[in-house]
Design a protein around this ligand. Structure first.
Ligand code: ADP
Ligand code: GLC
Length: 472
């Protein structure tokens, strides 16, 4: 089948979080199953763009609320990522260094989606499925069905994956002219709560909705940032498919970011060497358990709990634990973390920013990975941690619930807790410290058990194929 993935992110071209990892991997695994999966994304000004060879495959123009824009579609010449990769260039809108965070993001992504539909409508054939990811591509199912210019594609099945329902991209009706001319009787298909809402529109208009874990789908029915009723109403067309991880990229025995590669047979020694390197760089004690957090420093990830939880844990456990935080996000949280670091240097260190290489070294060198997330639709970090033999400490929510079993349970290999607060995190750190110092055999067994768990994309890619085939 020919499957077109449309997304704002795709690793290694442009990644802000897990969406990039998923779109950079799933198409490759679909192709390994004999399909023809392609990715279309905006042409940001990234290193990947400059470092690779491209050919122009299409050029045209569109109007958007009185603004006339030209667009071009370019294709990476070698398919080096394991799939055909197309970038859409819109001068003045998409030609930026960052993916998101601009005042005109709404205009940028509506223009992108309009260009994608216009380009695909110009093909001599139709693809079997168009698979859209998150709200930046949420208008495509509506555009194909109800915009006059794209009627040729009205019968092409669309799949929409909710990676994160907290972000919906809504805006006021006074901006409805941004969309290409549509059947105005269908305005309700754009609407939610008195606003135009691309995430809600996608859920209404696409043929099938997927969420990135089964538990997250259950949660969305009662906790969906205002879309609960819609998720209940549309549940018949929703399915939860757990993300996989790209074992080619995330493999401790071949990972080029690591000073020392290892596998399950020499994990103890391999992890010790990577930890030593980390501890030297960040002024920490390699003899103590090292707990890391990697991610966006935002409320959803409960990053605001970290500064006090770290302080409380260091006091409670008499300094017998170290923390290393990698992330960026809310300035208040960044500032509070740096304050803890300056007060408790030698026990805590932080790297404020984005650093792909360091994240790999942390998965390899840390003993524990902390994820107190308030919301976690799937979470990839805990699956990377498992593969690298690092014990995940997670709040029981969304995909974390589906992938981590507490070591108090039969064949459990992680640490779970229920509340994103200082008390629960401190208590879990206590369990981690106890495991590290007093239950060495169990700790070693957990490490080897978790490294054998298979979260590769092969199985999940097969589930997506079943979804596509059900629509064909
Ligand atoms: P989300 O997409 O909600 O941020 P995920 O767990 O799905 O969460 O994926 C996060 C991805 O982003 C992982 O690959 C993680 O290693 C990476 N990541 C997050 N923050 C950073 C950072 N500051 N530096 C490097 N990688 C990061
Ligand atoms: C989102 C979610 C995260 C998920 C990722 C990839 O960013 O917050 O939990 O793993 O998408 O699907």
């Amino acid at each position: 089948m020919e499957i077109i993935h449309v997304s704002a992110e795709c690793y290694p071209v442009a990644k802000a979080g897990g969406l990039g990892d998923v779109v950079g991997a799933l198409p490759k695994y679909l192709n390994q199953l004999g399909h023809n999966a392609k990715v279309v994304m905006p042409m940001y000004r990234t290193k990947f763009l400059a470092a690779n060879e491209w050919e122009v495959v299409h050029e045209s123009h569109q109007d958007m609320d009185g603004y006339h824009f030209k667009y071009a579609v370019i294709r990476e010449k070698t398919n080096k990522l394991g799939f055909e990769l197309y970038l859409v260039d819109i001068y003045g809108l998409l030609d930026r260094d960052k993916i998101y965070g601009y005042d005109d993001d709404t205009d940028r992504f509506v223009a992108f989606q309009t260009a994608v539909c216009d380009w695909i409508a110009s093909w001599s054939h139709k693809p079997d499925v168009i698979h859209c990811h998150d709200h930046h591509t949420g208008f495509i199912p509506f555009m194909l069905k109800h915009c006059f210019a794209f009627q040729r594609l009205a019968d092409v099945p669309t799949v929409f994956t909710i990676h994160n329902g907290q972000y919906q991209g809504q805006f006021g009706w006074e901006r409805s002219n941004l969309l290409p001319a549509y059947d105005s009787y269908k305005w309700g298909m754009l609407e939610w709560n008195n606003a135009i809402n691309p995430l809600a529109s996608a859920v209404k208009c696409c043929w099938k909705v997927t969420t990135v874990s089964p538990s997250y789908l259950d949660e969305l029915r009662y906790q969906a940032a205002g879309l609960e009723f819609l998720m209940q109403y549309e549940q018949g067309k929703c399915v939860g498919i757990l993300n996989g991880i790209d074992n080619d990229v995330w493999n401790p025995s071949t990972d080029t970011f690591l000073p020392r590669n290892y596998d399950e047979h020499d994990a103890k020694e391999g992890k010790r060497k990577n930890k030593k390197e980390l501890c030297q760089t960040f002024n920490l004690d390699p003899e103590k358990p090292l707990i890391t957090f990697i991610g966006r420093l935002v409320g959803e990830k409960a990053a605001d709990v970290l500064p006090d939880a770290i302080r409380s844990s260091i006091y409670h456990y008499h300094g017998n634990v170290n923390f290393l935080i990698l992330g960026s996000g809310e300035p208040d949280v960044e500032g509070r973390l740096q304050e803890v670091q300056s007060q408790l240097g030698g026990f805590v260190n932080t790297y404020i920013g984005y650093n792909e290489g360091l994240s790999h070294l942390l998965y390899a060198g840390a003993d524990f990975l902390l994820m107190p997330s308030r919301v976690e639709p799937c979470g990839l970090n805990q699956m990377y941690a498992l593969r690298y033999g690092t014990v995940p400490m997670v709040r029981s929510t969304g995909g974390l619930k589906d992938t981590v079993k507490d070591f108090g349970d039969w064949q459990g290999f992680g640490i779970r807790f229920n509340h994103a607060d200082v008390a629960d995190v401190t208590n879990s750190v206590g369990r981690a410290v106890d495991l590290y110092y007093n239950k060495r055999d169990l700790f070693t067994w957990m490490r080897s058990y978790m490294m054998h768990i298979d979260h590769s994309w092969e199985a999940s890619a097969g589930e997506y194929v079943s979804v596509y085939e059900s629509l064909a």
